[in-house]
Structures are given as C-alpha cells and as structure tokens.
Design a protein around this ligand. Structure first.
Ligand SMILES: Nc1ncnc2c1ncn2[C@@H]1O[C@H](COP(=O)(O)OP(=O)(O)OP(=O)(O)O)[C@@H](O)[C@H]1O
Ligand SMILES: [Mg+2]
Length: 268
C-alpha cells in the first residue's frame, strides 16, 4: 500500500488508561514523511503517553499505531530500529564528556567509526569546543543539543522530541528550533510535543491539540487560525494567534469566551 509509505506515522483509535484514569480516549492522526508535527496539550493531557506508545515504551489498550509502516504493538523491535526518542528529561550522562556520550551511543548502535560519528555530530551541533568537557558543565541549551545529537546517531527516519525546549532560555530555544528545522530539511520526520504555542507556530507543518483524550483539532497554523472569526476590523486587523485558538478550544478559565478579543493577561 502506498499510503503506508507516504505517512511516517499513522495513529488510529488509540486508547490508554492508567487504572481508572482514562488518558487517551481515541486518538487519531497521521504525520507525513519529512514533516514536523507538533502535539500540543496542557499538563497531563497525555502527550508523553502518546510518545511512549509510538516509541514502543508503553502498550496501548486499544487502537493501532504504525511508525514507518511498522506496527508498534507487533513489530516493536523493528520500530525501535527506525526511530529515536529524546525524552522530556535529558538522557545525557553527566560524568562523561559530550564526546564520550556520543561515542557511547555510537558503540551501542554498533557503528563503524564511533569517534568520527561523534566528531561530526559535535561539529554539526556547534559543540566541538565543548566536546572534551564533562556534560555536567554544559548549559541547558548545550545539554539539549547534545541530547538531540545523541538521538540522531544511526540516522533514524522518525524522531520524537518530548518538550525539547522546556526550561531553555530564548537563545537556546532558537538554537534547538534551528536544529529541528535542519532535521526536517534532511528528510527526517519529527513529532514534537510542546506546551509552548510559539514553538509550534515557529516549527510545525501541522499542529494537533490533544484535549480530554482526543485530538480536537489538527491542521496547519493557517487552518487553525481560520477556526476563529478574524478579529474585528477597527483600524488594524488583529489575526488570532495560535494562543487564541488554543485557549478557545481548550477552555480558558476566567475569561468570558470572547475569543476574538482574547488578550494574554501578562508577560506578552
Ligand atoms: N505511569 C503512570 N501511572 C499513572 N498515571 C500516569 C502514569 N503516567 C502518566 N499518568 C497520568 O496520565 C496523565 C497524562 O500524562 P502524560 O505524562 O502523558 O501527560 P503530558 O501531556 O505529557 O503532560 P506534561 O505536559 O505535564 O508533560 C496525567 O494525568 C498523568 O498523571
Ligand atoms: Mg509530558
């Protein structure tokens, strides 16, 4: 089937409960090969749960998911060979240097010249100068870049990034965004989760919002913005931001629901 190859990720009717807590209630989406897909949702919406199921760390209760055409439930080992996961919390070994971290992963993946793989990645992620230093001395942004570099070893076709820029300063976030864009330019499919709406606006080809166990919208930024009526035309037309769309759909406690005129209360 050609559709199997056009889509890097196909998710249908995914359900997952933790004891009595029903987290996923029928999640459906697809991600086109070589695109960046952002999964948005509030804390506890189930983003990490989706990522864990797709990366075979967790079994779904119902539904199907295919990654690179492979079923995550029945072909888990094959799926694992073709993906990488950068978790919500950095997986870098603090005691090792940046270069040693990379060499270690390259060895684990049985690559031919681990030293060269490491040096190439240090170069690509602007970490050459810091390569010999212990990762414990790295800034948050450097650590994230190293973490992403580690996950690229072996050239996975699909990469999952669970909140790749949480806790980073604006400069470091921009560096990570650049990295993610380059990945997609090279043909890697990226699924990222984020709580930062500007991150999704900046990076994603398509954006899906996970809310109360389901994907409640899924589209391009332009399509999502069209869900809200355009702002009143006074002197200047104010287009709704993704934040407006998100808060309207997810429900914004404490406002009167006048979405077109929604104002961000502070800090923006
Ligand atoms: N192993 C578990 N056992 C019980 N409950 C869990 C477990 N893992 C997650 N949950 C619960 O499932 C819900 C979804 O969690 P999940 O981590 O998928 O959310 P998330 O969207 O990634 O949130 P965040 O933005 O905070 O990372 C939460 O209510 C969480 O407490
Ligand atoms: Mg999470």
């Amino acid at each position: 089937m050609t559709t199997q190859h056009a889509q890097a990720i196909q998710v249908q009717g995914l359900e997952k409960s933790y004891k009595d807590l029903q987290v996923l209630r029928g999640v459906d989406f697809t991600v086109a090969r070589g695109s960046i897909f952002a999964l948005l949702g509030s804390n506890g919406a189930g983003k990490t749960t989706v990522v864990k199921i797709l990366s075979t760390l967790l079994k779904a209760d119902a539904g199907t998911a295919r990654v690179n055409g492979l079923d995550v439930a029945t072909q888990a080992a094959d799926v694992r060979e073709s993906i990488s996961l950068t978790g919500q919390f950095a997986a870098v070994d603090e005691i090792l240097s940046g270069r040693e971290n990379l060499v270690l992963v390259a060895r684990l993946r049985h690559l031919k010249d681990p030293g060269k793989v490491a040096d190439d990645l240090l170069e690509r992620f602007s970490l050459t100068d810091a390569g010999a230093r212990k990762a414990s001395t790295y800034s948050g942004g450097m650590r994230r870049r190293l973490d992403i570099a580690m996950s690229l070893i072996g050239n996975p076709a699909v990469i999952f990034l669970d909140e790749p820029t949480t806790g980073l300063d604006p400069q470091a976030r921009i560096e990570v965004w650049q990295t993610v864009k380059e990945l997609a330019d090279r043909g890697t499919t990226v699924l990222l989760t984020t709580q930062y709406l500007d991150e999704a606006e900046q990076l994603a080809d398509r954006i899906a919002i996970l809310h109360q166990g389901r994907i409640i919208v899924n589209g391009t930024l332009a399509e999502l913005k069209q869900l809200l009526p355009p702002a009143k035309v006074e002197y200047v037309e104010k287009q709704p931001t993704l934040e407006d769309v998100f808060l309207t759909l997810v429900g914004d406690n404490g406002t009167d629901g006048d979405a077109g005129n929604h104002r961000v209360p502070a800090g923006k």
